[in-house]
Design a protein around this ligand. Structure first.
Ligand code: SF4
Length: 1023
């Protein structure tokens, strides 16, 4: 038992036991929150971290990361060298979203509908194009699937487009060649094979109907040609198993997630729709749903749940079987697992609740728990009468219906010298293939390997041919969203590096080898678009989808599915399970070189720039480890070193590792970050297995953004008086109530709970020495719904793109200098083994009595006539008094020149409506003032007021939960004014009389009374 604790008297680290940690949590008055294990244990590391609110200014110049090194590190996200400053649109006609202006009007952007093709379903988009440069990506607000929302991956694909490390030339063994030479060589070889014998294609999952059609045509001409589809972070497409399952959460009063992380991000199919429907039911206490989560690794879905049960991954199938038996699914044998009393109590409560809400509940299976959880869940939903109500079954899209061989079969053929040509389409198997397959060795046996990829990555390095892949924003294609609707992917810009697409490669083998992807896509949809094809085509491009292509929501009969459940045997309880999951930020590694995503603090752990071995506090203690120690993970004799950190709520005897790191050839940003979890992952157990862990020498140096601000205030002024806590957690503790919530019963008994108590009450506007501001027309304000926010981070990445926010690099993050204008504060509550978390988006509050304005010696931070707290960059001299005086700690100071504004090509990425900041300047959220001004200009032209909802901030636009509302507080009918008037609406630190213009809607939880009374609520089995 060696949880570290800082002994201030001796100034050294001494062990702190779990018992002591729990003791820390006991006897607390009110709700006690903490933000990291270090904070809970008050370690020396925590003390050191929070002491650095403003690291001494001399320090950066002696940091190991020199300015020169820093710029080199950041090159890929900032210094976009190598591109010409001019751009052009594609030759084929593309159609703007709104009425096309006759000519380009400089300074007036245009919007185009397109879609981000992703393996879990396309994300329909509206892309802002300025002088033919895509500069902002957002969801298509008209699209029935995502209604304008997006996700961190989709937002970040913009920076991916402008990545200067993308490959730029067709090469043969490293020498520049022409595309035509490659295409002709492939075509000739295919023709020589006569029937395709010896010709292999290894593709990322084909989600484009046109690409599927092209492959079918290739196979018709060359029946022995072989296609292998490989996506390392997903074992199948959602519609591949013969039936497409969709969930309608709008109709679900009770939701049970069996390791399904459907609230975190686009890794889960249908994320945008599922979050929206989940969150809509959280907006009012009248419509609250209830979420149970049984999960093997802590996620935001689990943290949002009313009740969460942490189980090891191998226990989830057994739990699903118990659940199935208990709700009445016939023919299920009792799995071989012993449950604790708490676990059984949880199960009984869930079953009772499900039965009480039959037809109005839903059970959702985890994406990495297909066998046998998925069929069990289907049967559970069937027995509960949910099919056709909350569970919609549709026939699969036939476009994806062709069978596919797997990687093991390809490796066998490679080893048997059967492969003449291996053409790899948008995949990186040298990096991602399971370690036991020996893919790299087998790869050598292919006579010729061609690689179509965005980078000369690990696979591109050793392939004979390399073809630069066009980005989706540069190419024509098509893709289906989760609901089945087909979007035409239209390019926003001609390929920056002359890239080609998988359509070009397959078309080179067909009768019309020169047919462009544009024509190929049109060919696909000519039989589908009824009536005048050209009119229908233009309409599809304008709107962003082809009408009538959504899946038929009529249910297919479930009986045909059958239920074949083999014996379910969880791993021995004393074994160590290793869980593999795609990274929440860089997914399977494809976005390793995107600085926005590398720097983004991961949900739950707040880790940036690395992956880690995530364990429970008890497992850390049992192994005699401290956070940031280096451990060696071993699976079947394969080893990898990783840093270890605690993930609150992680099941014991279990380790989660995220894929996508440890890249060698990702580019200047991504190469060398983290460790390669693929190196210990095997084909028979891609998502969890049994392994071992041991401590090795050294510390890793992870960058975690949880606790950067120490609270030195005496008790009289609201602090704890000892400087031992982070300011954020101190403020969240009981009486200050940064985070306020109630259960439904508490809310019914006391609807005004959010604004009661001395420190919770809003102050009178006349309680100030300063005169009140008067607002004639507009008074901008924001409301954030704590019940809806799921902590998905989409808003942060959107803010990066909209506001030209700089990436600072790992070393700068480690010393608290990340520049994000918006952060998601995560407050844990309760036991380290079974916490609840609260996610609170925190940006500049635009205070009416702004403490920053009062202390700026040069008037660089000022109040505008519409209530914004504005920064005048030109005036700022970097005293940072404003940040010192800001109780919300939302101001960001450019200690170094993080933005490279000398490089010509940066103009392609940047939003021209937002100033580029230099070194020595304070910056922070502006409520997207550029969007406010644009809307006001439009309103002025029409001689009218700005309409409610006309201004949408970047964070608001991205949010899939619609948790953020912005508008005019002077308009009492506006949504934001009505939300701010709601009895659950509260101001953070209202007692300071700052009178923030951003308010929060306090959460109301809907716990099951039978579980609420459990002493240690839903605690997992102790290992
Ligand atoms: S506010 Fe931000 S973190 Fe919260 S749900 Fe919306 S986008 Fe995600």
């Amino acid at each position: 038992m060696s949880e570290p604790m800082h002994d201030r008297a001796k100034n050294e680290t001494v062990p702190m036991t779990l018992v002591q940690i729990r003791q820390e949590l006991k006897g607390q008055k009110g709700k006690r929150y903490w933000r990291s294990v270090d904070e809970l244990a008050d370690t020396a590391e925590f003390q050191a971290a929070v002491e650095r609110e403003f690291p001494h200014s001399a320090q950066e110049w002696v940091d190991p990361v020199s300015r020169r090194g820093f710029m080199k590190l950041m090159g890929a996200s900032l210094a976009l060298a190598g591109l010409a400053g001019c751009t052009k649109q594609p030759d084929e006609p593309i159609y703007p979203y709104t009425k096309a202006p006759e000519d380009l009007i400089l300074g007036k952007p245009m919007y185009f509908a397109t879609a981000h093709p992703f393996v879990t379903g396309a994300v329909p988009l509206l892309v802002k194009s300025d002088q033919f440069r895509p500069i902002k990506i957002d969801g298509n607000p008209e699209h029935p699937y995502n209604r304008g929302s997006s996700d961190p991956f989709t937002q970040a694909t913009l920076l991916d487009l402008y990545d200067p490390d993308r490959s730029q030339h067709v090469t043969w063994r490293g020498e520049n060649r022409e595309w035509a030479e490659f295409a002709q060589g492939l075509r000739v070889k295919m023709a020589e094979s006569k029937d395709g014998t010896g010709m292999y294609f290894l593709s990322s999952t084909i989600t484009s109907p046109t690409l599927a059609r092209q492959w079918k045509a290739v196979q018709a001409a060359y029946p022995k040609a072989t296609l292998v589809q490989h996506d390392p972070a997903i074992s199948r497409t959602p519609i591949e198993n013969g039936v497409n399952v969709q969930y309608a959460l709008a109709n679900a009063d009770v939701i049970v997630s069996l390791d399904a992380d459907f609230l975190s991000g686009a890794t889960y199919p249908g994320f945008h729709k599922l979050v929206r429907e989940y969150a809509e039911r959280r907006k009012s206490p009248e419509t609250l749903n209830r979420l149970y989560s049984i999960e093997s690794t802590p996620t935001t879905t689990g943290m949002k749940a009313e009740h969460r049960l942490g189980l090891r991954a191998s226990e989830i199938p057994a739990f699903a079987a118990e659940l199935a038996r208990a709700v009445g699914v016939a023919g299920i044998e009792a799995p071989a697992n012993s449950w604790t009393a708490e676990q059984m109590k949880f199960l009984v409560a869930v079953v009772k609740d499900l039965k009480a809400h039959a037809g109005r509940c839903v059970v959702i299976p985890g994406l990495y728990q297909q066998e046998p959880v998925e069929p069990l869940v289907l049967a559970i939903n069937d027995v509960l009468g949910n099919v056709g109500k909350t569970v919609l079954l549709n026939p699969p899209d036939l476009a994806f219906g062709f069978p596919r061989a797997g990687l093991p079969a390809l490796v066998a053929d490679l080893n048997a010298d059967k492969v003449d040509w291996l053409v790899i389409l948008n995949a990186n198997p040298i990096y991602t293939a399971p370690a036991d397959l020996g893919f790299a060795a087998a790869f050598e046996k292919a006579k010729t390997v061609a690689h179509l990829g965005s980078h000369v990555d690990e696979t591109g390095q050793i392939a004979h041919w390399h073809i630069p892949a066009a980005h989706y924003l540069e190419s024509w294609s098509d893709a289906r969203a989760y609901d089945g609707t087909v979007s035409i992917i239209q390019p926003m810009i001609d390929p920056l590096y002359g890239g080609k697409t998988a359509h070009d490669v397959l078309q080179a083998l067909l009768d019309e080898p020169g047919l462009s992807p544009y024509e190929a896509v049109r060919e696909t949809w000519k039989p589908v678009i009824k009536g005048d094809f050209e009119a229908g085509w233009r309409k599809a491009l304008h709107a962003g989808w082809i009408e009538g292509t959504a899946f038929d929501t009529k249910s297919v009969p479930l009986g045909a599915q059958g239920l074949h459940i083999g014996p379910i045997v969880p791993s021995p309880k004393d074994s160590l399970e290793i869980i593999f999951r795609p990274d929440p930020n860089i997914y399977d590694g494809r976005w390793s070189n995107v600085g926005w995503l590398q720097e983004l603090p991961k949900p739950v752990t707040s880790l940036s720039w690395d992956n880690a071995a995530l364990v429970s506090g008890a497992t850390l203690t049992k192994l005699g480890l401290e956070e940031d120690d280096i451990v060696e993970l071993t699976v079947q004799g394969r080893k990898v070193n990783a840093p270890v950190i605690v993930a609150p709520g992680h099941p014991d005897n279990s380790v989660t590792v995220h894929l996508g790191y440890g890249r060698q050839f990702a580019g200047r940003v991504g190469s060398g970050s983290g460790f390669n979890a693929y190196s210990i992952r095997t084909s028979d157990a891609p998502f969890y297995t049994v392994g071992s862990i041991r401590k090795v020498e050294g510390k890793w140096g992870t960058a975690i953004t949880k606790s950067h601000y120490q609270d030195h205030r005496p008790k009289l002024f609201g602090g704890q008086g000892n400087g031992n806590n982070s300011l954020e957690a101190d403020e969240a503790i009981g009486e200050r109530g940064i985070v306020r919530y109630a259960t439904l019963d508490e809310f019914k008994a006391n609807p005004g709970f959010a604004n009661e108590g001395e420190t919770h009450t809003r102050t009178n506007k006349d309680n100030s020495l300063f005169p009140n501001w008067e607002y004639k027309d507009n008074a901008w304000g924001m409301s954030i719904d704590m019940n809806s926010c799921t902590g998905c981070n989409a808003c942060i990445v959107s803010c990066y793109a909209e506001n030209n926010i700089a990436v600072v690099g790992k070393q700068q993050v480690r010393i608290g200098r990340n520049m994000q204008w918006l952060r998601i504060d995560t407050y844990f509550e309760g036991d380290l083994a079974a916490p609840r978390a609260h996610f609170q988006p925190m940006a500049c509050q635009h205070c009416e009595n702004a403490p920053c304005e009062q202390v700026c010696p040069v008037g660089a931070t000022v109040h505008t006539p519409e209530g914004l707290n504005a920064m005048v960059y030109n005036r700022c001299v970097g005293t940072r008094y404003c940040s010192n005086n800001c109780p919300y700690k939302v101001r960001r100071f450019n200690f170094l020149l993080y933005s490279d504004y000398e490089t010509e090509s940066l103009k392609l990425l940047r939003n021209p409506d937002v100033s580029v900041r230099s070194r020595g300047v304070m910056e922070k959220c502006t409520y997207c003032v550029q969007r406010i001004q644009a809307a006001k200009i439009e309103a002025d032209k029409g001689n009218r007021a700005v309409r409610d909802g006309e201004i949408v901030t970047a964070c608001q636009q991205a949010c899939p939960a619609a948790a953020i509302t912005f508008g005019n507080l002077n308009d009492k009918a506006s949504r934001v004014a009505r939300l701010q008037a709601d009895q659950r609406s509260y101001q953070v630190l209202a007692d300071l009389n700052t009178r923030p213009r951003t308010t929060y809607v306090a959460a109301v939880l809907n716990p099951n009374r039978e579980l609420e009374a459990t002493p240690v609520e839903h605690a997992p089995a102790k290992g």
